[in-house]
Design a protein around this ligand. Structure first.
Ligand SMILES: Cc1cc2nc3c(=O)[nH]c(=O)nc-3n(C[C@H](O)[C@H](O)[C@H](O)COP(=O)(O)O)c2cc1C
Length: 302
């Protein structure tokens, strides 16, 4: 199976990208794998100002997943453009900047700063953040707030904008449609599921901040259901993620309707997993006599 494909007009060597927050700024992984062989990667979330993040412990391993509450620690968009972007700009792989903020103006400012530099193929908006101007309602749970931030970003962005949806909603379709109607070039889903782990002996949460986000193989069946529902609700491309650890997992997301996939938590036990998963996806396609990625996309028989 030919793995080369396109996402929002961006040529990808293969449809497997490394997910935001699990792959640093990419450059840290240069010793573990050849970054140019990746389909692409999404850098950790960037904000207007640097953020120190949450108190430890920030990670807790569950039976088949992981809970994290990093608190969106990052060096801030301006330090990113000076210190990280020059090395990223030399790569021949698609680099996406993941962006978050606490009000619409934050997102607009981060994108405006990045628009001044080369080396990025597109943006991914992390909308799983509380909106401080609207009493802490998450952008990702209110179609009107989501539409407002996406339209504002689209007014300043010349590169494709992917909107990353949260799974912590009762229905995904209205949010997927709000993103599309506001001009999103693609949507990606899922972000992590709000979760709690308790240490019964100390009777305290296992995560310093209390709640955290659950990711990894445990979430895959729910993520697949959400990807299918979102893909049926919109015409723009969908990027699927949530618990992908093998090439066959990736194939399942494509069959559910994703154009490309991302790999997050698997990078913690196998930093080269996006390359391995892409290779396994190619082998799967060959054994199933599938000619190209597009032949799998949305091919679920119901
Ligand atoms: C440690 C950690 C940090 C993360 N940081 C971000 C982030 O900065 N921005 C974002 O949009 N998603 C972030 N995520 C969510 C992942 O990109 C991904 O959506 C989620 O983990 C589900 O995929 P997975 O099961 O393959 O990990 C983070 C996840 C983890 C585990």
């Amino acid at each position: 199976m030919t793995l080369e494909t396109k996402l929002c007009g961006i040529a990808l060597r293969n449809p497997v990208l490394a997910a935001s927050g699990t792959f640093g700024y990419g450059v840290e992984f240069e010793k573990q794998l050849n970054l140019n062989e990746l389909g692409g990667f999404v850098v950790k979330g960037l904000s207007r100002e640097p953020i120190e993040g949450n108190p430890p412990p920030r990670l807790y391993e569950t039976r088949c997943g992981m809970i994290n509450s990093i608190g969106l620690q990052n060096i801030g968009v301006r330090a990113f453009t000076k210190e990280k972007l020059p090395a990223l700009a030399r790569l021949r792989t698609a680099v996406f900047a993941n962006i978050f903020g606490y009000e619409t103006a934050d997102y607009v400012e981060v994108v405006t700063v990045l628009e001044g530099s080369g080396g990025i193929a597109g943006y991914e908006l992390n909308v799983s953040c509380p909106n401080t101007k609207h009493g802490g309602i998450f952008f990702s749970s209110d179609p009107a707030l989501l539409g407002e931030v996406v339209s504002a970003v689209k007014r300043v962005a010349r590169r494709p904008v992917i909107v990353k949806l949260s799974p912590n909603v009762s229905a995904i379709e209205p949010l997927a449609r709000a993103a599309e109607e506001s001009g999103a070039d693609a949507i990606s889903l899922v972000n992590t599921f709000i979760a709690l782990a308790i240490d019964a002996k100390t009777r305290r949460p296992r995560i310093g901040a209390g709640f955290g986000g659950l990711s990894g193989p445990a979430i895959k069946p729910i993520a697949l259901r959400l990807v299918l529902q979102a893909a049926r609700a919109v015409r723009i491309p969908v990027v699927g993620l949530g618990g992908i650890a093998t090439g066959e997992d990736a194939a399942e997301f494509l069959i559910a309707g994703a154009t490309a996939v991302q790999v997050g938590t698997a990078n913690f036990w196998d930093p080269a997993s996006p390359l391995r998963i892409a290779r396994e996806l190619g082998e799967f396609g060959r054994s199933e006599r599938v000619a190209k990625v597009a032949d799998l996309v949305g091919s679920l028989k119901l």
